[in-house]
Design a protein around this ligand. Structure first.
Ligand SMILES: [Zn+2]
Length: 287
């Protein structure tokens, strides 16, 4: 098979710690994520690079924030300076961005899809012009007409460029995603979010990219869900279903937003029930 994965930290930024934790009191979440003087917590945008040599594909799951941000947004979201576009971040990690054949966007919020574009000579352009881009059909429909609740999480100019200029495939449940990668739709965070699963790896157990269903290690707790979610009760059901599925195959999840921990793995808890514990991408748990 030869399937291998690698985590690549594309961006560093910060969001309001309360918004990241919904109804969970600060006295609890701040024990995991220290807040700054403006109540923000440090976050990463950690993409997954998947090499699929059997089909000659190299897949990038999510593209981070990118660099097309003005001073006001950089200040609000503490976007680390200098902001790097996704190809530059890949190059710094020793990956030639020209080798990316597929870009899979779990969803189209700007902290996951902002790096799909960059500025070339002042003009907005595609960051990976040669790659096939894959996004959820429902996700794009929602993104073009978002709910009032999450309208601020999309950049319409990026979406217009993506729809007009990218090689874009809109995916629906039941359709093949990429050979070697399974897709499931989780819509509690936003409609049509794709949670891809790399079931067969040469370098570790099965790994899902849970995106904003389980963004950081604090969200490994079942009922800790974000205030950003459009349907938090659906998120809870989807977390439960994903956990049960991963427990059955000994799998885990990439933690896209956690600034310190890159993955979490299913283990039996003291009561025998499965739970996710912080770990490394190779399948080992942190001490
Ligand atoms: Zn996010």
């Amino acid at each position: 098979m030869g399937v291998t994965v690698r985590a690549i930290r594309l961006s560093d930024f910060a969001l309001d710690g309360g918004a990241m934790h919904g109804v969970v009191p600060k006295v609890l979440w701040s024990a995991v994520h220290a807040a700054d003087e403006r109540n923000r917590i440090a976050l990463a945008a950690r993409a997954l690079l998947v090499d699929l040599p059997a089909c000659g594909a190299r897949l990038l799951v999510d593209t981070g924030l990118g660099a097309a941000w003005g001073p006001k947004q950089r200040e609000i979201y503490a976007i680390a300076a200098p902001a790097r576009d996704a190809p530059s971040a890949l190059r710094e990690a020793g990956v030639d961005p020209e080798t990316i054949t597929h870009v899979l966007l779990t969803h189209l919020h700007w902290d996951h899809a902002g790096g799909t574009v960059l500025r070339r000579g002042g003009e907005l352009d595609l960051a990976f012009p040669r790659a096939e881009h894959i996004a959820g059909r429902r996700c794009l429909e929602h993104a073009r007409r978002p709910s009032d609740k999450d309208a601020g999480s999309f950049r319409q100019a990026d979406l217009e460029l993506l729809a007009a200029r990218a090689r874009l495939r809109l995916w629906e449940t039941g359709e093949p995603l990429v050979p070697g990668i399974e897709g499931r739709e989780c819509s509690g965070h936003c409609p049509g979010m794709i949670v891809p699963l790399v079931r067969e790896r040469d370098d570790g157990p099965p790994l899902a990219v849970a995106a904003d269903l389980i963004p950081t290690r604090s969200h490994l707790r079942h009922n800790w869900v974000m205030a950003y979610d459009n349907e938090p009760l659906l998120s809870l059901r989807e977390k439960r279903a994903l956990l049960e599925e991963l427990a059955a195959i000994g799998g885990g999840v990439l933690l896209y937003h956690d600034p310190e921990v890159e993955a979490a793995w299913c283990r039996s808890g003291p009561d025998g029930a499965p739970r996710l514990v912080p770990g490394r991408l190779d399948g080992t748990a942190l001490d």
